[in-house]
Design a binder for this molecule. Structure first.
Ligand code: SAM
Length: 286
């Protein structure tokens, strides 16, 4: 049996031995190149003094890289039972450093299970990636606050989703995800990943996004930021005086208070203007 540089069997052998044929329904596109997974781990920053939360470890390519890059504690949530035996082998190679939770990441209250600073690092299943990201960016929805329970997120997305997250005002891809990601965090694309890096290869290019929370302005209600953003982009081609009607009774007064021309469209607003709009909406409500 051959051995990879981390002292464990090569991933191809692990996959074959445990019968881990990729399942599309579970968003399974595995990364087998330890150089690439180590690059993702390094993009996250120092791993020694945090809990690393990984969603969807699968056969463990990224998990192994996280541990090889010095993570002392990895909590990995995997839905596919077939992967558990392969993950147990990694756990015994790195005693006391890897905890695997079998379950659905959408159903678990992760924030309650993690103590101390955490970094989320994952090659996310594409079908739930955006949903998880929105939840992590809006901790208020599950009783949390800001700063959130995570110190950073380093996540693989479809490139198209990654571009929406980091998009700037005025661009075609600027939208709800961009405002959500950038009004109280920094978001950057760390690097792109070719489809050929995955087994099986997906049809589209992927990209790793790195997000870190910043302080949020004290005088803005996070729920109102979400409410104005959602309404403004509900009909992104329409002028704000029209699109905001989907969430607010009197858009013209709101826009006047925020000092924003009602003929503008959502994608032209800066993040600061969205915050002005949220403040005006909160004032109108009180
Ligand atoms: N981390 C591995 C890698 O990089 O090779 C696998 C990544 S694969 C894109 C996504 C993984 O997420 C799969 O192992 C899949 O079984 C798992 N998964 C899918 N849906 C999930 C869910 N709801 N909760 C937890 N894991 C899930």
């Amino acid at each position: 049996m051959s051995i990879a540089p981390d002292g464990l069997p090569p991933l191809r052998e692990v996959i074959a031995r445990h019968g881990l044929s990729a399942r599309k329904a579970l968003g399974q596109n595995f990364l087998l190149d330890l150089n690439l997974t180590r690059r993702i781990a390094r993009a996250a920053g120092d791993l020694t003094s945090v809990t690393v939360v990984e969603i969807g470890p699968g056969p463990g390519g990224l998990t192994r890289a996280l541990l090889a890059e010095g993570a002392n504690r990895v909590v990995a949530v995997e839905r596919d039972r077939r992967c558990l035996a392969a993950l147990a082998e990694i756990a015994s190679h790195y005693p006391g450093r890897l905890e695997v939770i079998e379950g659905d990441a959408l159903a678990l209250g992760l924030a309650d299970r993690i103590e101390g600073p955490a970094r989320i690092i994952a090659n996310l299943p594409y079908n739930i990636g955006t949903e998880l990201f929105v939840r992590w960016m809006t901790p208020e929805a599950s009783g949390g606050g800001w700063p959130p329970w995570w110190r950073s997120m380093t996540l693989m997305f479809q490139r198209e989703v990654a571009e929406r997250i980091v998009a700037q005002p005025g661009s075609r891809t600027f939208g709800r995800l961009s405002v959500l990601a950038q009004w109280r965090a920094t978001a950057q694309i760390a690097f792109e990943v070719n489809p050929a890096a995955f087994t099986p290869p997906p049809k589209i290019t992927s990209a790793v996004v790195h997000v870190e929370p910043t302080d949020q302005p004290r005088d803005v209600d996070p729920r109102m930021v979400e409410a104005v953003t959602q309404a403004a982009f509900a009909q992104r081609r329409k002028m704000l005086r029209q699109s905001l009607k989907s969430g607010f009774a009197d858009p013209l007064t709101l826009l006047a208070h925020a000092g924003i021309d009602p003929a503008r469209r959502a994608e032209t607003l800066s993040i600061l203007e969205f915050l002005d709009l949220a403040r005006a909406a909160s004032a109108a409500r009180n």
